[in-house]
Design a protein around this ligand. Structure first.
Ligand SMILES: Cc1ncc(COP(=O)(O)O)c(C=O)c1O
Length: 454
């Protein structure tokens, strides 16, 4: 009998993060500066401390998790691997569905897995203040919590649409001692420009990044932190997949499909990369492994974007990164999975998608909420709207298995709970949510503004 929950003992928590760069067929495309030339750590030192930049550029396969970070991880990790037996029964599927539950963290999602080490490395490097942006509020609350753990003040630029939809996320950040502003603000040049163009601007993750980067660049003692996209963030998140592998070992099972929601790509990389490591090492169990990255049809970066160099923010302050992108000035609609409203995707996830190792999938908003409600009614946990994207894809995989009678093992990442997202659920129940497929012409238009490189 497979247990409903598989735990690890505290001393079984992984001691090292896994760096997928060590196993990639082609080296990652380097970030480029404004002159189109590859950028080294020195040039990015204005906004990040050197110890983090070393990780960002590293190709070392295993990187030790500092003891101070492990002590804070131990507040909620190891996280459980759960079997969704009641969901399987409700679907009548022959598949076995498992989920790795990251909602047990203080902030309620996977984001503290990177917030804690980022705060730790900044503290170690002598940084006096952190700035960041947040979409859904998950990253902002995570870095607020992590800053508090290491005594670092935190300033958060929160995308306006989420600031208004999720006032309690703001209160959470304030409880952990952070300052929070609805972006665009009048505090930065980037914010003032956006407001001058459109006083009602709802903001975007790209714009909030510009504000946070601008502040960090203007002050030597302030550094910027990013909750997704960059290599070091995905590195930290591999604790998810590394734990899940140990838990599957205990069960004597191995997944056939690994599914995760994909915004910037950090939780997806976190759960998928350790399994891709097995594939790279020639582990037979991973021969037919599929890794599915799920995004909204309203912000279809991996499925409809271009694989090209682009800025990570709306104003062109960040280095150019080679990634799937919808164009840095792409303004996604105000959908209710705020964490998936980003024009780009992690360069690592993008490259692996381009090389065929990651399978991208776009799903519409209403179908994700239907899946989230079905999951909550079977399993009890109310998922974050971002996580509902993975649930949709996992349910569809299970329904396909039902037709073929396959005993497929499906693993998905339940990246967070939805306790601060109930206003979105209310709208769903009231029939006020809509599907939105971004028109191909609008995407093509936005892609016309990609920077010309190479
Ligand atoms: C619960 C949850 N899941 C997933 C995501 C997507 O981010 P990423 O792709 O970096 O994991 C977010 C982003 O805020 C989130 O809050």
């Amino acid at each position: 009998m497979i247990p409903l929950r598989t735990y690890l003992n505290p001393d079984e928590m992984p001691t090292h993060w896994y760096n997928v760069v060590a196993d990639m067929k082609n080296p990652p495309a380097p970030p480029l500066g404004p002159d189109g030339q590859p950028m080294g750590p020195e040039q990015m030192g204005a906004i990040f401390p050197m110890n983090i930049l070393e990780q960002e550029m590293s190709s070392q396969r295993w990187i030790e998790i500092p003891e101070e970070v492990r002590q804070i991880y131990a507040l909620w990790r190891p996280a459980p691997l759960c079997r969704a037996l009641r969901l399987e029964q409700a679907l009548g599927t022959t598949a076995k569905i498992f989920y790795k539950y990251e909602g047990v963290s203080p902030a309620g999602s996977h984001k503290p897995n990177s917030a804690v080490p980022q705060a730790f490395y900044n503290k170690e490097a002598g940084t006096k203040k952190l700035t960041t942006e947040t979409g859904a509020g998950q990253w902002g609350s995570s870095i607020a919590f992590a800053g508090q753990m290491f005594g670092l003040p935190v300033r958060v630029f929160m995308v306006k649409v989420s600031y208004e939809q999720k006032p309690f996320r703001r209160s959470m950040m304030q409880t952990w001692g952070a300052e929070v502003f609805a972006s665009p603000t009048n505090l930065t040049e980037a914010g003032r420009k956006a407001l001058a163009a459109d006083p009602e601007c709802q903001g975007s993750l790209g714009l909030a990044i510009s504000e946070a980067v601008e502040e960090a660049a203007a002050d030597k003692e302030t550094c910027y932190t990013l909750g997704s996209v960059l290599n070091h963030v995905l590195l930290h998140q591999t604790i998810i997949g590394l734990e899940a592998k140990k838990q599957f070992d205990k069960l004597g099972l191995y997944p056939d499909v690994v599914v995760g929601p994909c915004g910037g790509g950090s939780s997806f990389g976190g759960i998928a990369f350790p399994f891709l490591a097995d594939k790279a090492a020639g582990d037979k169990r991973a021969n037919n492994l599929r890794c599915v990255a799920v995004e909204p049809t309203s912000c279809p970066t991996l499925t409809q974007g271009a694989y090209a160099y682009d800025f990570g923010d709306a104003s062109g302050y960040t280095p150019l990164m080679k990634m799937f992108t919808l164009g840095h000035d792409f303004m996604p609609p105000g959908i209710h999975a705020g964490g998936l409203r980003y024009h780009g995707a992690s360069p690592l996830v993008s490259q692996l998608t381009h090389e065929g190792l990651v399978e991208p999938l776009a799903v519409p908003q209403l179908a994700t909420f239907e899946a989230g409600v079905q999951f909550a009614r079977a399993e009890g946990i109310i998922p974050a709207p971002e996580s509902c994207h993975a649930i949709r894809a996992a349910i569809d995989e299970a329904l396909k298995a039902k037709v073929t009678g396959e005993e497929k093992v499906i693993l998905f990442s339940l990246t967070g709970h939805g306790h601060f997202d109930m206003a979105s659920y209310d709208k769903f129940f009231a029939g006020k949510l809509e599907d939105f497929a971004y028109p191909a012409e609008a995407i093509a238009d936005s892609l016309k503004h990609l920077p010309q490189v190479g």
